[in-house]
Design a protein. Sequence first.
Length: 472
Amino acid sequence: MKIYNTYTKRKEDFKPINPPNVTMYMCGPTVYNFFHIGNARSFVMADVARRYLEFKGFIVKFIMNITDVDDNIIKKSNSEKKSTMEISGFYTDAFLEDIGKLKIKAASVYPKATSHIPEMIEVIKELERKNFAYNVDGNVFYDVSKFSNYGMLSGKNIKDLESGSRVDINEEKRNPLDFALWKKAKEGEPSWDSPWGKGRPGWHIECSAMSTKHLGKSIDIHAGGNDLIFPHHENEIAQSEACFEQQFVKYWMHFGFLNIQNEKMSKSLGNFFTAREVLEKYPAEAIRFFFAQTNYGGPLNFSDELLNSAQKGYEKILNLAEKIESEINLNTKSDVIPDFDEKKYYADFERVMDDDFNSPQAIAVIFDFIRAANKIISENNNIDSIFYRRLKKFLKDTAEDVLGIIYFDDMNKQINNNLENELIELLISIREFSKKDKNFILADKIRDELSKIGITLQDSKAGTTFKKIITN
């Protein structure tokens, strides 16, 4: 199995530090707004990578941090006249709700920055002791010139870097590239006690402190969007390796940018979409299918046309899955058990996913499987249900458990819900007939019995409707 390592700029054999355990850290959201569809791509594709590692038999401890103290959060709290805790709390809940809707597996831990201030202070104190950090009147900065490998991840030459849009200009710094580890408290901002006075942590230090606490000083995989390579991940390396004097991350994994109609997503261009908005128009499975059609590291163009096309592809898988469930429910016993080698498709699926999580080719393997299965189904009658159980297992192992683009349990719930609704409508029609036949005892009996199981009937001139008060 190979993974492209941003640090070495090549694919490398994946050999975790402590097999079969894998430690994986994903940069999570800054919770001051709903996350956008570009973030969703990173979160989903990190989820696919994590799922595939588990498919391979690894035991993955997956951490996704939540930045709940930040300039943007403070700005939002001031504009809405709410506390930073109210803002971060609301959007943390929204984030967890939306990634759940996207079928992203829950992280082992979602550490919050504000819950790890002591750990951050300890890292900063150690950096100061080792002369990698300096204090200027309560503001503590990291001295980039002291770290010889600075720029290795991004491929930037420290001598060529100048103060610009990606680097804060601050006259207190010795060098424009130096970055804040601790920020002196300002009026009306949240702050904590520290050896340098009241203040709050810089953005970069939180990931070093939280990954170390929950995963150890050296971790297997650190993932995030391409936009985080510099300066955020570059600074994480500088902090962590200077502090702990060992390799911070073995494999760096980065996700490509998402463009909207071939343009960079921007609020000023009016092409900014949150994941929540897109989920109102498309099922999560279709969105995940859309993301998985392109290699995680490359750019991806986003449009309704492309998403509609992805939904049609997802529906082809869904059609076979529904056929499978229908036939399994029939439980047909027959001598007709077609010769079908699903092992070939397992091998093909694993071969392409072993090549740096090649999800586009994995989808191609699944469609080859679907074509072969549909051909056999069309050419045979009265097939034994054991054949369909084998088809289901392959789709469950690959399309569901790894890619997350189909869910048999959800499909069964929908089928059962549709059947339940049809039965309720049938009872309503019998009740209407009973009322016309002046059999009010039966009509009332139907209404009362439905009420007992949480279904209320509402009569009007337009007819009778029902409402489910209790759902299972």
